[in-house]
Design a protein around this ligand. Structure first.
Ligand SMILES: NC(=O)C1=CN([C@@H]2O[C@H](COP(=O)(O)OP(=O)(O)OC[C@H]3O[C@@H](n4cnc5c(N)ncnc54)[C@H](OP(=O)(O)O)[C@@H]3O)[C@@H](O)[C@H]2O)C=CC1
Ligand SMILES: Cc1cn([C@H]2C[C@H](O)[C@@H](COP(=O)(O)OP(=O)(O)O[C@H]3O[C@@H](C)C(=O)[C@@H](O)[C@H]3O)O2)c(=O)[nH]c1=O
Ligand SMILES: [Mg+2]
Length: 297
């Protein structure tokens, strides 16, 4: 199966390139080869590569910057996935796409289900929701994996930021009233590869993907806060003198974009249909131990 992989320099794209090895002919592209802000180029690349499956982890992920660049964020997160899906439809291809917990407003206090109403509270979330809707509207075989709080040893993320700040400072002030599920990029990539492998084992991979089409919540299981996540990071990575970790309220860490106060998502549908998901604690340990996502959930 020929697979077109976007965003190979991103956290998830980087791990996917590794996890997908052996599952087909992987055409992995970066921004210079497929710029999602150039919709004509997106169209041309799909037409030239003619994949059976598009896997799209590329996205505009700068949550605060998106507030001042809504049009660019919408083109990359909302429109480009729609163009990919439209072109996929013309060649009988399927699509695996990634979305976010930030499609929810955070007013629930129990894990969000795939059937719960969406209501983004920031520009990034609105543009990611538009991407989901554009893919659904194209009517192609598709899997949309909503994930959250992604980290790993590669790329820009909260784990690496906090490991650095914990070395530099005596005190860290961290938001303790936002609840979510930190998710290792390796878990996302390996879980995606497991799904692709299942599709390939079926008599007709595209038909299998059509039968399983829909939205799935793909996160590590359990929940914490950014403060709780930092406590786990510091405990696992530092010995000797550690900084004081002071819990603070969201309002005491002002940022341009609003965030949902609660964005835990139930992984039950994903687990029932595809494969098990690790707890966030176990995934963090695996990440720190292995430093790759190649063969560990
Ligand atoms: N990070 C997170 O916490 C979360 C992410 N998600 C979703 O998961 C998916 C993967 O995210 P993640 O890997 O963490 O994201 P990263 O920010 O690590 O990577 C984003 C990727 O998209 C690429 N990209 C950005 N703009 C363009 C563009 N105009 N054209 C082509 N490529 C572009 C980047 O390229 P370059 O390296 O050149 O910038 C990079 O390869 C995304 O859909 C994201 O919305 C969902 C929930 C949480
Ligand atoms: C560095 C730092 C951050 N924080 C807070 C700010 C913020 O609320 C929280 C996390 O910071 P981030 O910048 O990683 O948060 P954010 O960019 O909102 O992360 C989000 O990214 C997008 C792409 C998603 O899809 C989401 O699932 C989520 O992972 O931690 C502190 O409280 N203290 C600190 O010292
Ligand atoms: Mg961020």
């Amino acid at each position: 199966m020929r697979i077109l992989l976007t965003g190979k320099t991103g956290q998830v794209g980087h791990e996917l390139e590794r996890s997908l090895r052996g599952l087909g002919e992987i055409i992995a592209l970066d921004r210079s080869q497929m710029d999602l802000s150039d919709l004509d180029q997106v169209r041309d690349v799909v037409r030239t590569v003619k994949p059976a499956l598009i896997i799209n982890p590329a996205a505009y992920t700068a949550v605060d910057k998106a507030e001042s660049e809504p049009e660019l964020a919408m083109r990359i997160n909302g429109e480009a996935p729609g163009v990919m899906a439209e072109e996929a439809g013309k060649i009988g291809a399927a699509m695996i796409h990634y979305s976010t917990d930030y499609v929810f407003d955070g007013s629930k206090d129990r894990p969000y289900l795939e059937t719960d109403p969406t209501c983004p509270v920031n520009v990034y979330g609105s543009t990611k929701l538009a991407g989901e809707q554009a893919i659904q509207a194209a009517g192609i075989p598709h899997l949309i994996f909503r994930t959250s709080w992604v980290y790993g040893m590669y790329g820009k993320n909260f784990l690496l930021t906090m490991m650095r700040l914990a070395q530099e400072r005596d005190e860290l002030r961290i938001v303790a009233d936002q609840h979510g599920s930190p998710t290792w990029s390796g878990t996302i990539a390996d879980s995606t590869a497991a799904v692709v492998a299942k599709s390939i084992q079926a008599p007709d991979a595209i038909d299998w993907l059509r039968q399983h089409s829909g939205i799935y919540h793909l996160t590590c299981q359990g929940q914490t806060t950014w403060h709780g996540f930092t406590q786990a990071i510091v405990a696992a990575t530092m010995t000797g003198k550690t900084p004081v970790l002071t819990p603070i309220a969201t309002q005491d860490y002002p940022l341009p974009a609003k965030r949902p106060a609660y964005s835990v998502m139930s992984g039950e549908k994903f687990i029932r249909n595809f494969s098990d998901l690790p707890s966030w604690e176990n995934a963090l340990a695996s990440c720190l131990q292995k430093k790759t996502g190649s063969d560990n959930l």
